[in-house]
Design a protein around this ligand. Structure first.
Ligand code: SF4
Ligand code: SF4
Length: 318
């Protein structure tokens, strides 16, 4: 993608571009100002240990199984071509057992599972279909100062789709927000941001060793992109997900605030740990390493907010 920022006079969205969407959350209140429709895309180059949406990480659609929804009708077993599904019994309750090593994710079982225990996470849509869908919420956007938010996964992992969707929303006079990890080539971060009225930019660690350990990637490009972004975009909100016992010590938040101020960031949001983050790991056959963590107390978060304010940042507690 060539370096080029969005120009409302000349740029036109290509409504035929397709991408993979995980979910659409209407009436979202934590994804930007006002009432918003948040679109969550598939695919993320990071693998944060506390990710609350593990089914968003893979770029392609994947099979999700919620055993508590299974009514033991056994319809799926009959259509599975690989024998990956079998009858199970636990504490007197019957339900299907999924052997992921035998599953090819053909999706046949999802077509017959009416209770929604077996579903495919992720579907392909065009920019035009998605834009028409979200614009149905326009009345709520206008009455609340809201709009749409593109999130993930990582929107920059589908740059052409994300850019054209943001542009399509702008053409429909809808406020646009982008949530990003910033982990992409600068040209992509810059171009996507140019089509967003607000950029919500995640910073997890200042220490690169810790960043790599907990997310599997370096933070060098993320911090360098942020440094450049604040010089060309006037509405950047840095969001720090405060993970209990991982990156939320007063020293770490003070350090982050100092570095962010030096970079030129003016506004941050401190997000307390989401203790329900592990709920979906079972759905994709994975275990959650942070199950024993608790949300910070209100008093503790206030202390972190004060520390960041003392470093000169405008701080919003989520
Ligand atoms: S089709 Fe769905 S509800 Fe029926 S046995 Fe399979 S998983 Fe359970
Ligand atoms: S996705 Fe296909 S292979 Fe996998 S369990 Fe369902 S029917 Fe079987």
């Amino acid at each position: 993608m060539p370096f080029q920022t969005y120009d409302a006079r000349t740029d036109r969205a290509d409504l035929s571009v397709t991408g993979f969407v995980l979910d659409i959350d209407r009436f979202a209140s934590h994804d930007g100002p006002g009432i918003r429709t948040a679109v969550f895309l598939k695919g993320c180059p990071l693998a944060c240990a506390w990710c609350h949406s593990p089914e968003s990480q893979r770029a392609d659609p994947e099979l999700v199984y919620q055993s508590r929804r299974c009514t033991a009708c056994w319809s799926c077993i009959d259509v599975c071509p690989t024998g990956a599904l079998s009858r199970g019994l636990h504490e007197g309750r019957e339900f299907v057992v999924l052997d992921r090593t035998a599953c090819t994710e053909c999706g046949a079982c999802t077509e017959v599972c009416y209770p929604g225990a077996l579903t495919m996470a992720g579907r392909r849509v065009t920019v035009g279909e998605l834009a028409d869908d979200v614009v149905r919420d326009r009345a709520f956007f206008e009455s609340s100062g809201g709009g749409i938010t593109v999130s993930g996964g990582e929107p920059a992992a589908q740059p052409t789709f994300t850019y054209n969707f943001l542009a399509a929303c702008r053409e429909r006079n809808v406020h646009t927000a982008l949530q990003t990890t910033g982990y992409a080539r600068w040209e992509i971060v810059s171009r996507l941001s140019s089509a967003a009225d607000l950029v919500m930019y995640d910073v997890k660690f200042i220490d690169d060793t810790l960043h790599h350990h907990y997310t599997r990637v370096s933070n060098r490009q993320i911090l360098e992109n942020l440094r450049r972004l604040v010089t060309e975009h006037d509405n950047v909100l840095v969001r720090i997900p405060c993970i209990s016992g991982v990156n939320d010590s007063p020293e770490q938040i003070g350090d982050a605030a100092r570095v962010l101020t030096e970079i030129g960031v003016t506004a941050v949001e401190l997000m307390p740990y989401n203790a329900a983050a592990g709920a979906k790991y079972d759905w994709v056959g994975r275990s959650y390493a942070f199950a024993d963590r608790e949300t910070q107390t209100e008093e503790y978060m206030k202390r972190l907010v004060e520390i960041a304010r003392e470093r000169g940042l405008t701080v919003r507690a989520a």
